[in-house]
Ligand binder design. Sequence first.
Ligand SMILES: Nc1nc2c(ncn2[C@@H]2O[C@H](COP(=O)(O)OP(=O)(O)O)[C@@H](O)[C@H]2O)c(=O)[nH]1
Ligand SMILES: [Mg+2]
Length: 240
Amino acid sequence: MKINVIVPTYNEKENIESLVKLLLGLRVDPEVIIVDDNSPDGTGEIAERLAAEAIGRVHVIHRSGKLGLGTAYIAGFKYAISQECDLIVTMDADFSHHPRYIPDMVEKIAAGYDLVIGSRYVPGGGAVECTWPRKFLSWGANAFARSILGLQAHDTTAGFRCYRREVLESIALDQIFSSGYSFLMEILYRVQRNGWRVGEVPIIFQNRRQGVSKISRNEIIKAMYTVLRLAKERWWGKAV
Ligand SMILES: Nc1nc2c(ncn2[C@@H]2O[C@H](COP(=O)(O)OP(=O)(O)O)[C@@H](O)[C@H]2O)c(=O)[nH]1
Ligand SMILES: [Mg+2]
């Protein structure tokens, strides 16, 4: 199976090179697509060098400035779909999502799933070195999304995912309204609604060691709004 791993980056100069090296060393032999938003710290140039060192295995999409995580995923998805790969993986650049879990995710897809989430909230999964406010926020967001939207997955906000290409082809990506983190919930909602089989494999989520988080209070408000907007669509049809 041909696998493309999408890594959105914004100021990840401490992480990107070691991450790409680990990805290229995996036995599932993925190609890497880095989507960099003109990071002021020079991540984009490092990415270019990595692409030159591994021609055909590392690709870089440069965007003009920080345009948000949701549209970075979409740019990566479109590129990956045009490459006709079988599986599309998304992950953070900061080692919160360790490449060692990718083979488990691929195996689960092979067992009959269409989307597999690298999940903190199934037996064997967990989060280490995360602050309590962050744990609470994540727990609250999941409880909220699961109860209001009827999502069956336990880790609905996880960015560590493996999709079969057809799953993403079945979604009108340009019509996704959300940006940032709420984007992940919206995609999951649409995937479940389209009847695809969603599975989870346990991962230990490691809080980022290098660089800083780009999550903001604004993102949290947007995520809550997204859940309510999707709930309205779920119960009363597509009016918003
Ligand atoms: N291209 C791009 N990448 C982004 C943007 N915002 C965040 N990222 C990347 O998306 C991933 C998730 O962001 P991160 O700061 O780790 O969020 P957190 O894990 O919730 O703290 C990381 O690899 C970031 O570098 C953005 O606006 N554009
Ligand atoms: Mg992160």
